[in-house]
Design a protein around this ligand. Sequence first.
Ligand code: NAI
Ligand code: MG
Length: 354
Amino acid sequence: MDFQITLLPGDGIGPEVIEKAVQILQIIEKFTDNRFHFSKELIGGCSIDANGTALTEEVLNACRQSDAVLLGAVGGPKWDNPDSNIRPEQGLLALRKGLKVYANLRPVKVHPALMAASPLKEEKLSGVDMLVVRELTGGLYFGEPKGRSIINGQEHAVDTLIYSEEEIRRIVKMSFELARNRRKKVTSVDKANVLESSRLWRKVAMEVSRDFPDVILEHMLVDTASMRLVTSPSSFDVIVTENMFGDILTDEASVLTGSMGMLPSASLGNGKPGLYEPIHGSAPDIAGKGIANPIGMILSAALMLRFSLQMEKEALMIEQAVNRTIADGCRTADMGGSLSTEMMTEEIIRRIHE
Ligand code: NAI
Ligand code: MG
């Protein structure tokens, strides 16, 4: 099969890590009859500089026509003016919305060899293997009204947390389906003690759960969940939650693994294409130095093989090579070592060939 893959390197370390993921994919390609065709487009700050907007309609259309989209990261101090109404993150939001990828999957697994690097004690970390499913195209980040106004001489700002039944149902359903192939437990995280949107969320989650009698559903308030993520992280299997809660909880969960630089994500809708990106940002503090950890980006490429290209065997080849590389003690700076982006990638490639 021929696959069209759109690359959106973005800003900061984005281009540095995406280049490595492509290198790995080109090696994987040689083991198969499939052919990857890559095309590179602009998003984020670099797109603002070139086109005055963080994502052009042409780029969005190119993404829509591809089988999968690989994204690096966007943003940086150059575009950080709080009063500007053109910001790099708008490119990300427009892309997610434009591709209708409503489910953001973030697997969090702690590698035994990295437990010492985690801020949590080892006994808390053993058995941590969760999948956070974050709603991505609704909720507080998109709800209307949204904006600023002057009321009685004072500046006011409003954001709106709104969900339809259907938006909740499709993501909760996907979470149950994913849980079926795991440890069969879904934790639905909300703030139902104060938010009306969360009470609807809870009601729909209960309805969906009736079709999945083999999967346990538990409800948890988001403040409790944030505590339990550090006190008993291994108790979670699949977590499903609304956009902003998921944004915050996944950053918290990511530190369990020792570094932000290691975690991948997949954003899926009902059809193609899927969107794949590491969970870290553009890391302006280390951009251009060649020391970024490429693992989050490389594992995102593995998720792309699994979910968008139906190449499970090849996804596992990458994941196992990364696991062996870590087990053998290879570390970039963020993991407490001294390997460059290039050297870490070479180590992973060597293990793919083994
Ligand atoms: P960040 O994730 O870029 O960096 C946080 C810390 O982790 C930094 O010290 C950075 O050096 C380190 N880090 C992140 N990824 C790493 C990697 N692969 N290897 C080694 N170290 C890594 O988050 P921060 O600093 O809050 O944001 C920086 C910029 O990125 C901002 O402009 C922000 O808006 C943007 N951002 C973009 C995201 C995206 O494109 N999806 C997500 C989060 C932030
Ligand atoms: Mg975030």
